[in-house]
Design a protein around this ligand. Structure first.
Ligand code: GDP
Length: 814
């Protein structure tokens, strides 16, 4: 059942049923979903299932059952509520009709009476006239004495002024007769009006009043009724007050009042956090259902796959271990071994993950070694790794990051395989590694444990096959499965803004099949698959489970770990993306507003000249960005505060510059660079971009700026950029880059940095700068040259070399 957000906001019973779907356990975490503890039907136990699988299915079954009965209950409750509502309406309508009838009868009766009275009066008048005529000859008629005005003495002979008086008297009497209807209109009452219902106008005013009264009563009575209907109110991490009222089907004013009673002065358009919302929901007697995403997300297909639809999928492997133990070397060795033997041309493309063929079994390796990637993905809800390969150098044994890796793998409940590397070294002591591991509760097979261990040498290529076999075996035990025949879901491994191709994300498909033309939402972004590129650089039409692909056609750059879901329509995709953007914004506001405001107030009171130093931060990885933001938030004194307007991962873009200009903020690049349009834009707008490769330097500079202590300091000047067109292997020298100097000048003596996708991956000096075989001191823009780095070889076609010199300058910030 698909429904748009705006419908979802109405207090419609159908929506409630639909909302229930959020509690459906999502694939990937079925065993963790609570509330389904009661066991499934043992008779349904399929043959040959593993214990874990059985448990999982049981839970799924129980969850489905619970869901079913819950839905049935819900339906029944809804039905009851509807029936009540119908009865109530019917009664109301009947009461109204009855009232209407009675009123008409009354009006009719009144009209009749009036008519009668007027007739009587007319007769009376006639009689009076007659009597007056007679009075000339005799005493006034007895009736005259009844006049309240007490005109003249009855004995006084009638005179001309007396007649109007008598007429007035008549009218008064007339009025008295109709007094209960109010005197205002009676003066104008004519026989005609009385007969033709000329008082319809008045009746409608009264009807309106009654209607209002009825509505008031209904609202009051209704509120009581509604309170009896206990609702499941979904509470996301942050919610706007009016929306919360909507979901509880309570009046906004009441909710605002309730907030006020709790000491929070808020308007209906402000947002509150989940804890506050929970308090309010409970106060109104409803049940809270915490959700991380609101109901717009319901269109995302979360139905669990039936066992019959599941087929085996390749395992996804992450390589972890201590720095310099050989993670990159192992990954490269596996790739190279397989590429050379298998792929035509042997060209691979770095997209963040690659697949190799191990005797018919495909294995998917994540090409981003290290723990930060692994944890940040997990933190974002993307559990992509099935197997961890723990690389431990045989000449070094267990080190701090080895322990960290073990803990990560354990926390994620991912099985490990130990690769004891550098076995070629004379100092290698593989058994020491094994005993060391024991201390950290990793018992390898050679020590009669369960964890597979393989001795390898990434450099020599020994043991790689055994490692791959071990992985394949482990994968077999895991019985990894997915359903390729459904809308795709996956996780972002890497994402960047490519100057030529726009935002590009490498997505690891986790379930379903991602196809060209699919509409999807990914994190706070959305898009339509324009093209899919696999790890060999080939365009493909689709990608199934465990296949990594580059996805083109995004409207913005997502972040690593963001989850991708295919949806039906562009409107849905956009709506979800917008909702998530808003939610993220609201969350930040809800979290920060109170303290910021308080601080602002305090500062404003203490010192009216309090200044804010706004900055933008872009970094190469999420971890650095977060570390910088945290450090920035700590900076500040009574006079100045640092405010991070925006922080993110990847190149500095034009939109960053736009934001910086608007707030007159400098932009800090940590191991990243501005792309060409951003550089131009910054030059035009006079936005300062500062690059750093050490966090302390950045923090020190900002601190100095904040306290107005910026002094002259050595600063870097970019003197040129060169693009690597080709890479040559030269014996004894190593890799040499065939470059074109695209900007400025390349100078032999200058410092150089290697940029890949605008991210700094190496900094150092040049070993050679050649122009046609000759070593030269300088190469001008537009010319080609050969460059090689001192002590660094990992250069690739398409990389950019940044050439910089240092000089002493006066420091400025913004
Ligand atoms: P990482 O930091 O874990 O990614 O480690 P690297 O893959 O960068 O390797 C660190 C160093 O160890 C490099 O200098 C490699 O050449 C070296 N290395 C990696 N594997 C082996 C190996 O099997 N044998 C030897 N002798 N050296 C290795």
């Amino acid at each position: 059942m698909k429904q748009s957000f705006s419908h979802g906001r109405t207090k419609n019973v159908v929506v409630e049923t639909k909302r229930k779907r959020v509690v459906v356990p999502k694939p990937g975490a079925p065993s963790k979903s609570g509330g389904a503890s009661s066991g499934g039907d043992p008779s349904k136990r399929p043959a040959g299932l593993s214990e874990a699988e059985l448990e999982r299915r049981k839970k799924a079954l129980a969850a489905a059952k619970a869901r079913e009965s819950e839905e049935a209950e819900k339906r029944a409750a809804d039905e009851r509520a509807r029936e009540e509502e119908r009865n109530r309406r019917r009664a109301e309508v009947e009461a109204k009709e009855r009232e209407e009838r009675e009123r008409e009868e009354r009006a009719q009766a009144k009209a009749d009476e009036d008519k009668r009275r007027l007739e009587a009066e007319a007769a009376e008048k006639a009689a009076a006239a007659e009597a007056a005529a007679k009075a000339k000859a005799g005493p006034a008629p007895v009736e005259e004495k009844r006049g309240p005005a007490g005109g003249g003495s009855p004995n006084k002979p009638s005179s001309p002024p007396k007649r109007p008086e008598r007429e007035r008297d008549d009218r008064n009497r007339n009025n008295r007769g109709r007094g209960d209807d109010g005197g205002r209109r009676s003066g104008k009452l004519t026989l005609n009006q009385a007969l033709t219902g000329g008082d319809g106008r008045h009746r409608s005013v009264a009807a309106m009043k009654r209607k209002q009264e009825r509505m008031r009563q209904k609202a009051m009575g209704g509120a009581e009724n509604r309170e009896k209907v206990v609702r499941d109110v979904q509470v996301p991490e942050s919610i706007v007050v009016s929306e919360l009222a909507n979901r509880m089907a309570e009046r906004v004013a009441d909710v605002v009042k309730a907030l006020m009673n709790n000491g929070m002065m808020l308007t209906q358009n402000q947002s509150i956090d989940a804890d506050t919302a929970e308090l309010i929901v409970e106060e109104f007697g409803h049940r809270v259902q915490r959700v991380s995403d609101a109901d717009v997300e319901d269109v995302i297909d979360t139905v669990e796959d039936a066992d019959d639809d599941l087929i085996a999928r390749p395992p996804v492997i992450t390589v972890m271990g201590h720095v310099d133990h050989g993670k990159t070397s192992v990954l490269d060795a596996i790739r190279n071994a397989k590429v050379v033997s298998g792929e035509a041309g042997g060209i691979t493309q770095h997209i963040g993950a690659y697949q190799v063929d191990q005797g018919g079994d495909l294995l998917t390796f994540l090409d981003t070694p290290g723990h930060a990637a692994f944890t940040s993905m997990r933190a974002r809800g993307a559990q992509v790794t099935d197997i961890v390969v723990l690389v431990v150098a045989a000449d070094d044994a267990v080190m701090p990051q080895t322990i960290e890796a073990i803990n990560h793998a354990k926390a994620a409940e991912v099985p490990m395989i130990v690769a004891i590397n550098k076995i070629d070294l004379p100092a290698a002591q593989p058994d020491k590694v094994r005993t060391d591991l024991l201390q950290h509760e990793v018992m390898v097979e050679k020590m009669s444990g369960e964890v597979q261990d393989v001795e390898v040498s990434a450099i020599k290529g020994t043991g790689l096959n055994e490692l791959l076999e071990a992985i394949a075996l482990q994968a077999e035990i895991l019985e990894l499965k997915a359903n390729p025949n459904r809308a795709a879901s996956g996780a972002v491994i890497e994402a960047q803004l490519d100057v030529g191709r726009g935002p590009v994300a490498t997505v690891l498909v986790q379930n379903g099949t991602l196809k060209q033309g699919d509409i999807f939402v990914v994190g706070e972004q959305w898009g339509k698959v324009r093209a899919l590129v696999n790890d060999k650089g080939d365009r493909v039409k689709e990608a199934g489970p465990s296949v990594p692909v580059e996805v083109l056609g995004l409207n913005g750059t997502p972040e690593a770990g963001d989850v991708l879901n295919v949806v039906d329509t562009e409107a849905q995709a956009r709506e979800i993306a917008e909702y998530r953007q808003d939610a993220a914004k609201d969350k930040r506001a809800a979290a920060g507003a109170a303290t910021t405001l308080e601080q602002l107030m305090a500062n404003a009171k203490a010192d009216e000249t309090v200044a804010e130093l706004p900055i933008l931060v872009k970094a190469d990885v999420q971890g650095s960005a977060e570390a910088i933001v945290q450090a920035m938030e700590k900076i500040g004194n009574d006079e100045v505060r640092v405010r991070v307007l925006h922080s993110g991962v990847g190149a500095i873009t034009e939109s960053d510059i736009g934001l910086a200009e608007a707030s007159r903020a400098p932009v800090f690049g940590f191991n990243v660079r501005a792309n060409a349009p951003a550089r131009n834009s910054a030059n035009q707008k006079g936005v300062e971009i500062r690059y750093y490769s050490v966090i302390y330097d950045l923090v020190d500079d900002v601190k100095a700026a904040a306290s107005g202590l910026l002094s002259a300091e050595v600063r870097e000047n970019f003197i040129g950029y060169a693009q690597i067109k080709e890479v040559f292997r030269v014996t004894k020298v190593g890799n040499v880059a065939g470059c074109l100097v695209t900007e400025g000048v390349a100078r032999r003596s200058a410092g150089v940095r290697l940029l890949r996708d605008n991210v700094v991956i190496h900094e150092g000096t040049l070993k050679t700068l050649k122009r046609f075989k000759d070593e030269v001191p300088e190469v001008q823009s537009g010319q080609e040259c050969g460059m090689a780095f001192e002590n660094y070889d990992d250069i690739r076609q398409g990389d950019v070399i940044e050439i910089f010199e240092r000089e002493e300058v006066e420091r400025t910030l913004a």
